[in-house]
Design a protein around this ligand. Sequence first.
Ligand code: MN
Length: 475
Amino acid sequence: MKCLAVCHSELVLRTLDQVLQPSFDVEFLVDSRPLARKLGASGAPIAAGDLKRTDTYVKVDISPSTCVIVEDSGRPGLKRVLQAVSAAGGTLIYVLTTPGGDSAARLKREEQVRAQFPEVRFLSLAELFGAPLVTEIGRSITRARVQQYQRYFNDADRVLILMHNDPDPDAMASGLALRNLLRRTKATAILGAFQGVTRPENQRMAHLLDIQVEIIPPEAIKDFDRVAMVDVQPHYFAGVIETVDLVIDHHPLQTGYGAMFKDIRSEYGSTSTILTEHLRAVDVSISERTATAMLYAIKSDTLFFNRQANRVDIDAFSYLYPLADAAMIRKMEGSELTFERLACVTEAQQTGLAGDQVFCAFLGDVTREDFIPYVADFFLQLEDVKWTVISGVVNDTLSISVRNLGYTRNAGDLVKRVFGDIGNAGGHRAMAKAVVPLQAFFDRHGPMPYDRINPIIRELTLQALREHSPARPNK
Ligand SMILES: [Mn+2]
């Protein structure tokens, strides 16, 4: 989250720098060039300019979601600064009052400012020490964002909440949560996808929680007054949808599409985690069904915190836990293992190659694409396995799922490096996928029988891992 701190004194500037990093992306603005030079030399991102001019704020590129903290030193001119910030598009404005002076006069001043700028909030320097402020600002930024899109969706008759193909628990739970936030029912906010739910445990979740996913043909999109996307961004639909009203997602930010509102947090383990924060920020009550779906989604997207989970996911999980139906979750989880999946696991176990903490297996022709990531997740549970690279062929396409334990190198980078030139490749730090036309693979490596594919993929992987030994500190 971006934060702009408008300061007069070095003390306040240094305090803000300490308190707000690393949760916020802080930039400082001062009116004194010598001060900017002095502090800039110590590494803080800092600019100098006339604080009463709108173009000063335009230059530092503030937006409605930038948190702007303005130090009030008691000097005249505060109102003109606030005016300039609002004129440049700032909406999340905090005035930081510093101690000293006559407290009655300060209150009066606050009152006057409030009369003219009702949306401005006041903070005192004392409140700055400690984590609650960071939580508070984070929540109020989220609140402002949620209220903005709530208002924007308010007058629509029919809303579409679009999910990726074959929606997973996170997509469905996020859809329910967003419907809740928009205060709509299943008649006025439709959960839709171009292709429906096929994985058995996801069907089971949809069935047990009575979640209806409608199949929407692309040409029907225009029949909706507003379209929101959860757990996916428009680029996924390859040109079918170029602009959308709202996007909420935890996959890496993509460009090349228009969105009226978006909240993309790629460091989060699930979209449901983002939506838990949205629900908490505006105090919407969460039904048992929604809480159950979201809890299950966080568990499943983070493999019960074994993969790509951090403090925010754990926070969301503990918040939802008392609201959810734990017995229902056990029922949904019972459906994970099927005979077909077991057959794939057995195949991988018999033909796969392990060593150097990397497990690689090729499943041959598979009838369902999701067997591949399932096997990749499964073998990550093995002792001494830190990476799994599982491949298989679905309709002349080689699909490769990569998993790792998350604290090592980036799986998304790895697949891009190894397969990016011959197919689609990408993903997160801990999970990634590449889809390559089989012919393109043969063109690059020469035609070969199926049993040669796995050794080649293994060699490519090990080579890429060797080339990029961890030079950067782990995040
Ligand atoms: Mn997800």
